[in-house]
Design a protein around this ligand. Structure first.
Ligand code: NAP
Length: 249
């Protein structure tokens, strides 16, 4: 927790696994009370809650499909009822499904757009309304290096992450007068279940292209999220911080 002040609260979407899990735990360890959103894996979400409680903070698991406005509204209601306010939203819940453009399935397009774009917009809207009344708040969006790097097979995914970068800048400008900062992190290859789904041969090829010679860890992304949310970055808004071991250079 930062010195002087009241305990902060953070809602992390898709926090039962991977990057969201690491963000929730890092924020809990930094003293935030944390909302651990999940879609289906309650046991994993409860494990994250337990880790945060053992670290001395408070947490609650909240089931909601972040792509469904009604469920997002209910999630925000539960979160604010539990912790009284929202200081930080981490928009993280996202999916990737690689398909070459000529074979693209409309269901894939809809699924990715619904969660990776609409979900971020729904959650941001619900959080911003609450933050507005306090004239203070922070949103960190989890984008991807695919937003700035052309990866064959990722037309849909990269479109959604490009949209995340654009919404980050626009929301930052719109919400700055109300003391709300909006930034994004754009991870490269991070060792989570999402990456484990990539065939071994392809993964080895990717590692060869990374100047730092390895995939990143979810904890390394979480560190950047905690930093962007902290007062150390109080003059930073509308930025996309790329965390990719040099891949996009
Ligand atoms: P992951 O390991 O696949 O975990 C996905 C998380 O999102 C899980 O907690 C899952 O919950 C949740 N989730 C899935 N659908 C949801 C929905 N409709 N509503 C709410 N939660 C939902 O993913 P990850 O690799 O950590 O990726 C997280 C974010 O980082 C994504 O936005 C992704 O695009 C971005 N990213 C990842 C990488 C990477 O290399 N891994 C790189 C760049 C960007 P359940 O457990 O309940 O299913």
């Amino acid at each position: 927790m930062e010195n002087n002040q009241e305990v902060k609260t953070a809602l992390v979407t898709g926090a039962s696994r991977g990057i969201g899990r690491a963000c929730a735990i890092a924020l809990g360890k930094a003293g935030y009370k944390v909302g651990v959103n999940y879609n289906s894996n309650e046991a994993a979400a409860q494990e994250v809650v337990k880790i945060i409680e053992e670290a001395g903070s408070e947490a609650i698991a909240i089931k909601a499909n972040a792509a469904d406005l009604k469920e997002v509204q209910d999630m925000m209601r539960t979160f604010v009822k539990t912790f009284g306010k929202i200081d930080l939203l981490v928009n993280n819940a996202g999916i990737v499904k690689d398909e070459y453009v000529m074979m693209m399935n409309p269901d894939t397009i809809n699924m990715c757009l619904d969660l990776n774009i609409k979900g971020y917009l729904y959650c941001s809207q619900q959080a911003a309304v609450k933050m507005f009344s306090k004239k203070k708040g922070c949103i960190v969006n989890v984008s991807s290096v695919s937003s700035v790097l052309a990866v064959p097979g990722q037309s849909v995914y990269s479109s959604t992450k490009g949209a995340v970068n654009s919404m980050t800048a626009t929301m930052a400008k719109e919400l700055a007068p109300y003391g709300i900062r909006v930034n994004a992190v754009a991870p490269g290859f991070i060792a989570t279940e999402m990456i484990e789904a990539i065939p071994e041969e392809k993964r080895e090829q990717y590692i060869k292209d990374i100047p730092l010679g390895r995939f990143g860890t979810a904890e390394e992304v979480a560190n950047a999220v905690v930093m962007l949310a902290s007062d150390a970055c109080s003059y930073v808004t509308g930025q996309v911080l790329v965390l990719d071991g040099g891949l996009s250079l």
